[in-house]
Design a protein around this ligand. Structure first.
Ligand code: SF4
Length: 315
């Protein structure tokens, strides 16, 4: 498999670029995900010429639009330099399909970064790092996550599902969008959508109802935006069970009574938290291998990412 380009904060790769000369190595990113991701490492603070080591900075002011300033001397303000660096760097990242940031950084933090206020001692945990905000503003559909949150199996599976969906869409776009290509993509994501946001499959289907009458690029943009928002919602045991039962329905004429009973039992065990998702999915795949179904064989639900990632063992 060709590795997928993914942006990452340099210190997560073990590069000693932090203000104190250290790093924030993420073993998950380096030892595990690097088999699938080709990282584009960016350290914005080094990128703007701040040395290593350097004086730390923090966010100050309005949580919506804070400044990045020296923690000891607020007159030393590097906000514009960080924003300019982002403006120059983002076009070089136009092939990435995801971005892994680091928690808490005034440059690279994604969620709940501390923002200090002139008149109060306690910071608000409501900010986003200056560079991370520039990336997410410029690429609002790009799957993004913080490395620390990827230790949560559900968040990890959700992020990786979105990275691979983004990649598939990029590949479709690379061939040139057509109405039939968008519809085919939508059909392939039917059961994934049902697992993440059950109402979205029909809503998106309605969007594509008269696809032939729209400009494919404009329609594709609207469609992909809605798809990525839907996939960002977390699938759970209830919604996945619903999908498994729908898939089970395609086998009702093919399976013997005993096989049907076993499949139903395994789905029930998954619903009750006794076995992980990989168990019913593997059994379904086994049955569909024996009783091929062209429509089902196209479903991304069965291979949203390489099986070797073993993500469904943990959810
Ligand atoms: S600016 Fe970003 S990449 Fe550089 S050390 Fe800080 S958090 Fe890591």
């Amino acid at each position: 498999m060709q590795k997928i380009p993914v942006g990452i904060s340099s210190c997560l790769l073990g590069e000693e670029v932090r203000y104190n000369g250290g790093h924030k190595l993420s073993r998950l990113c380096v030892n595990n995900l690097s088999d699938y991701f080709e990282y584009r490492s960016v350290c914005p603070e080094v990128g703007i010429g701040l040395g290593v080591p350097r004086k730390p900075i923090h966010l100050l002011g309005d949580a919506e639009d804070p400044r990045a300033v020296d923690t000891q001397d607020a007159s030393i303000d590097v906000t514009d330099r960080l924003k300019n660096f982002a403006t120059e760097t983002i076009p070089q990242l136009n092939d990435i399909c995801g971005y892994i940031f680091i928690k808490g950084s005034p440059s690279c933090g994604l969620f709940k970064v501390k923002v200090y206020r002139e008149d109060q001692d306690t910071p608000l945990h409501e900010g986003r790092g200056i560079y991370a905000k520039a990336v997410t503003d410029a690429m609002p559909l790009l799957p993004v996550e913080e490395a620390g949150r990827l230790t949560d199996p559900v968040l990890k599976e959700n992020f990786i599902t979105r990275v691979f969906a983004y990649r598939r869409w990029q590949q479709l776009q690379g061939k040139g969008l057509t109405a039939s290509g968008i519809i085919e993509f939508h059909v392939a994501y039917k059961y994934s959508l049902m697992a993440h946001a059950p109402q979205s499959y029909n809503e998106l289907g309605r969007m594509l109802a008269d696809a032939g009458n729209h400009d494919p690029d404009e329609l594709g943009q609207r469609y992909f935006s809605a798809l990525m928002q839907a996939l960002e919602k977390k699938a759970n045991r209830k919604s996945n069970t619903n999908v498994l039962m729908h898939l089970q329905g395609y086998l009702k004429k093919q399976l013997q009574a005993k096989e049907k009973a076993k499949l139903a039992e395994v789905i029930e065990q998954y619903r009750n938290g006794i076995v992980p998702l990989v168990v019913p999915v593997t059994l379904l795949q086994h049955h569909f291998n024996n009783h091929p179904n062209e429509y089902i064989s196209k479903q991304a639900f069965f291979d949203p990412y390489p099986q070797e990632m073993s993500l469904r063992n943990a959810i």
